[in-house]
Design a binder for this molecule. Sequence first.
Ligand code: GTP
Ligand code: PEP
Length: 216
Amino acid sequence: MTYTAIVPMKAWDQAKSRLHADPHVRRTLAEAFARDTLAAVLACPEVSDVVVVTQGDLVVDHVRAAGAHVIQEPGDRSLDTLGSAIRHGIAWAGEHRPDVPVAVVPSDLPALTPDALGELLREAATHPFAFVADANGDGTTILTSRSPELMRPGYGPGSAERHRGLGAYELVAPGALRQDVDVLIDLAAAERLSLGPHTRQAYADLTADEASALSR
Ligand SMILES: Nc1nc2c(ncn2[C@@H]2O[C@H](COP(=O)(O)OP(=O)(O)OP(=O)(O)O)[C@@H](O)[C@H]2O)c(=O)[nH]1
Ligand SMILES: C=C(OP(=O)(O)O)C(=O)O
């Protein structure tokens, strides 16, 4: 069973505001999380197409070179920007791969690995609609459905409860699939699990001043 993966990816200079870091550090980390997440999704044997939805020009160049499809979000979007980005991805899947299962994979999972994702997607395929709660338990990382038509994204604060309410089955998943990075403490938790190579390098490359400002 293969999947269409939909990866929402904010422009790197706009992403990860809750890290409360210097703009250069924030952008560098956001880019590294996104590159590691995308590399893991592209290398996952259960994924046949990867669709990245973004407004970022640099993201577009990287994503095309990496071998994924790109959907550029229109500028005039509703307030629910993550939801509308995902809906663009679902529309692509509905048009091009209507009978293929779908997985939404946010681009802030730097500990994600192709094998862990593959195992999860095989388990998810036994449920019409399913989700993975984030490491805190209140949010959602990965959301899956057996077809684009069955996908009901409810991302945003408190989304685990919302996805349960929408009938999604809660998948048991290892930390690598649950550890999104929203705030600094999440980065330390992802490091304990094992960071992807881009994030490991970006973290190691922080100057002593940047690292100490980040942890303050
Ligand atoms: N294409 C697109 N992706 C988004 C949008 N909002 C969030 N995302 C992506 O969805 C994932 C989960 O979103 P968040 O955890 O809120 O990440 P974020 O918006 O970068 O972080 P904050 O600025 O701290 O809210 C991240 O990988 C983001 O890149 C959006 O408006 N458009
Ligand atoms: C988008 C979500 O949350 P966060 O921004 O906290 O990752 C979510 O969990 O649905």
